[in-house]
Design a binder for this molecule. Sequence first.
Ligand code: TZP
Ligand code: MG
Length: 215
Amino acid sequence: MKFQPESLRVYLVIGSQNVDDNPAEVVRIVQEACAAGVTAVQYREKDHSKLNQAQTVALGQQIRSITEAAGVPLYVDDDLPLALAIGADGIHVGQGDTPVTEIHAVAPNLLIGLSVHDLDELANSKADLAVVDYLGVGPVYTTTTKEKAKAAILPAGVASVAAKTDLPIVAIGGIQTGNVVTLAGSPIAGVAVISAITASADIAQSVQILMGEEK
Ligand code: TZP
Ligand code: MG
């Protein structure tokens, strides 16, 4: 799949740790989110994943089916074997994860997203950005969803990273329907969220607001 910056507009990140009890909830949320028009999905089993390896692959395959039918690109968080096993379109890694050059060497067709906390991290990154398709930048606001999340950089912090790279940026961390308006006009391709969608009582409406079509 060819990378398209427009696919970063509303990017859902989700794993079993983000739902209350039944991991099948993940399937329901991905289904509703894709029907509502999310433009990318990342399968991220982390921070107290409730699944073993076989269950992780099985859930990943279900997410792959849904996203494929919806024509929505699917990324896997830092797990190259899993990304290959389920036929994901891409992989998302942090600075300390599998090096992007290694991923690119093994799977040249996989899209690659890289997390960058702030300007400092971009400046000091050892990653070869030539093989990276987009940057995930944040947390923008305080988040309780990710364990050991770094300090909030606010929209100004995102803008300062954007000023130093030509790569498209998806902003992440603490972005909710009630504050996404603060990113309007930011030099970003879109927003990535977990709880704004996983904890939403009305996913279709939340996605609409995150799209910026209703504020
Ligand atoms: N990376 C940076 S912040 C974050 C991740 C995975 C968590 C985002 O979760 P939420 O609920 O959208 O704040
Ligand atoms: Mg990571």
